[in-house]
Ligand binder design. Structure first.
Ligand SMILES: [Zn+2]
Length: 138
């Protein structure tokens, strides 16, 4: 808002001449700028609002941590999968969608068990003939 210095009437900003008296002697109304400044001081509150999302991010991190705990899974299922590979594989398919962490644990336990079993069988298959040949030589 401007103000006419001749007739003291308020003039809209888009006018370069006073609509009342036609004078070009217009000044920007000084009250407008202090109002802008007092608006910038509450703009400190948006600064607080910007800090609020930072507070919300830890809120987001808490569910993230819960998901990480879920993804980690219960090591008990790894032991079950290790001791009973078939049950571990069944648990994997049961938990696959609902509890991926537990499913992974059961699967890894079963895989470790199967790998150890296979290695054990291979070792027996390799060393048993050697042992028998050694014993037959003796
Ligand atoms: Zn005027």
């Amino acid at each position: 808002m401007k103000i006419c210095n001749v007739c003291r009437s308020q003039v809209a900003d888009q006018y370069t001449t006073c609509p009342s008296c036609g004078s070009t002697n217009l000044t920007v109304q000084p009250n407008v700028q202090p109002q802008m400044n007092t608006y910038q001081q509450p703009a400190g509150q948006p600064m607080y609002n910007q800090a609020m999302p930072q507070y919300n991010q830890p809120m987001y991190n808490q569910p993230m941590n819960n998901q990480q705990v879920n993804q980690k899974g219960n090591f008990l299922y790894a032991i079950i999968g290790f001791l009973f590979p078939l049950i571990g594989i069944i648990l994997y398919f049961v938990f696959k969608d609902t509890k991926p962490g537990d499913a992974k644990m059961a699967k890894n336990g079963a895989i470790v068990s199967i790998v150890i079993y296979v290695v054990f069988v291979v070792l027996i298959a390799v060393f048993a003939p050697l042992l028998s040949s050694l014993s037959s030589q003796a």
